[in-house]
Design a protein around this ligand. Structure first.
Ligand code: CTP
Length: 406
């Protein structure tokens, strides 16, 4: 089940660290390669020698080791893994992860990684229930970190409650689910998503942009990755964090966005959620435009490339499923149907962005899905949902389309 999967296991300093021996053994039995990082605290509970014997690999621990860095830099450590697992994840390491600290090898790797991360918290019940720990874990989960446990039960410290590390068997199950279990129907498929606004320069200090927050596109990329798709997100400037487990390419202009999308092909599916500027200034000035008493400048505008249309017309590189959005303020469904034809895409998600709906920049969206079948002349009306819910539903519909949805 886990054959060929590479797991980077961080063992932090908690009494539950002894369970990681069993965890490593079970992972190896299923064909996974396990490489360990042992924190200073972890080394108070288990030895590097035992982890090395069980994993049959070198155990890492020292960020300042010149030999380790020359053989296998700390960035390389996470690059060579498919999944990072922290077990036990103590209150301390969770706080450091949430705060973005890089104070030792384990936290540096966890901060530097763009790979999915799973944590198995283990601590005293009061530490687990403390508002600080709860805020930290909520923040980590919002960033896409997968949590397994903790369980309720007797604790090594004599108390009873939540905080026992999940049993190795349950952690292995969660890891198996993560890699191609029933919840990952898009495993093996490649997805391309565009998100956010674009920024079109007028001169070195001024630009034309729009109010797109990128929330919808980012949520779609996270949802597709969550269903197992290898996902690339090409985004204009936004203030959102990069979704975990997604390769993110940051661009500014529509032309950069198109180039990044073309470079990301081939893909099985493309979802264009970016609010691309339709026009740009024909000749952006190299120097800052000055007032100079001559009155306001007149800007000559020219049309930007249409990324959705280009992807839909990409010949033999065309993704099998091309999905666009139609931001409309009137005749929403009728205009969206026209837009689907004009762009040559398969599905279009029509949404009303008139000011009263608060869709643009807001947290919710009301969607009409056009082109995916449905009883009302190929239109599916979705209730008003959060952008995360829209993303989840779209990802499920895409998975069904590819024959693997629930
Ligand atoms: N789109 C794109 N590249 C552009 C313009 C739009 O990829 N240069 C994509 C958007 O990501 C969206 C779809 O096309 O998926 C429709 O965008 P929308 O703003 O609704 O439509 P426009 O093409 O801009 O048409 P209009 O402004 O006339 O409604």
């Amino acid at each position: 089940m886990l054959a060929g999967k590479r797991i980077l296991l961080t063992v932090a300093g908690g009494i539950a660290a002894y369970k990681c021996h069993d965890l490593i053994r079970r992972l190896r039995e299923r064909g996974a390669a396990v490489r360990c990082i042992l924190t200073e605290g972890g080394a108070q509970f288990v030895t590097a020698l035992s982890l090395q014997a069980l994993s049959e690999d070198k155990v890492y621990g020292d960020i300042f080791s010149l030999t380790d860095e020359s053989e296998m830099g700390h960035i390389q450590l996470s690059r060579e893994a498919d999944l990072l697992v922290v077990a036990p994840a103590t209150a301390d390491i969770l706080a450091k992860m949430a705060g973005g600290l890089a104070s030792d090898l384990a936290t540096t790797v966890l901060l530097a990684t763009d790979k999915p991360v799973m944590v198995a918290p283990a601590m005293n019940v009061r530490m687990w229930e403390h508002a600080a720990t709860q805020a930290n874990i909520a923040m980590l989960e919002a960033r896409g970190v997968i949590r397994i446990g903790p369980d309720e039960g007797d604790m090594a410290c004599g108390e009873y409650g939540m905080g026992r590390m999940a049993e190795p068997e349950a952690i292995v199950e969660a890891i198996e689910d993560f890699f191609g279990g029933a919840n990952r129907p898009l495993a093996g498929r490649r997805a391309l998503v565009t998100s956010g606004p674009t920024r079109e320069p007028i001169d070195p200090v001024r630009y034309i942009a729009n109010h797109s927050s990128g929330k919808q596109g980012h949520a779609i990329a996270a949802a597709l990755a969550g269903l197992g798709a290898e996902t690339r997100l090409v985004t204009g400037p936004v203030t959102l964090a990069d979704p975990a487990g997604v390769e993110v390419i940051h661009v500014e202009t529509a032309r950069d966005m198109l180039a990044a999308c073309e470079a990301a092909l081939p893909a099985d599916m493309a979802v264009c959620a970016a609010a691309v500027a339709d026009w740009r200034v024909a000749e952006a000035a190299d120097e800052k435009l000055k007032k100079n008493g001559g009155g306001p400048p007149s800007l000559e505008m020219i049309e930007n490339p249409d990324i959705l249309k280009s992807l839909a017309g990409a010949g033999n590189l065309r993704p099998a499923l091309v999905v666009g959005f139609a931001a409309e303020t009137e005749n929403v469904v009728a205009n969206a149907k026209k837009k689907r034809k004009a762009k040559g895409c398969d599905w279009i998600l029509a949404n009303d962005v008139s000011r009263a709906t608060g869709t643009f920049g807001g947290d919710a969206n009301t969607i009409h899905l056009i082109g995916a079948g449905g009883s009302k002349g190929g239109v599916e009306d979705w209730p008003r949902m959060t952008k995360e819910e829209v993303a989840g539903r779209l990802a499920e519909r895409i998975a069904e389309h590819f024959g693997g949805g629930s």
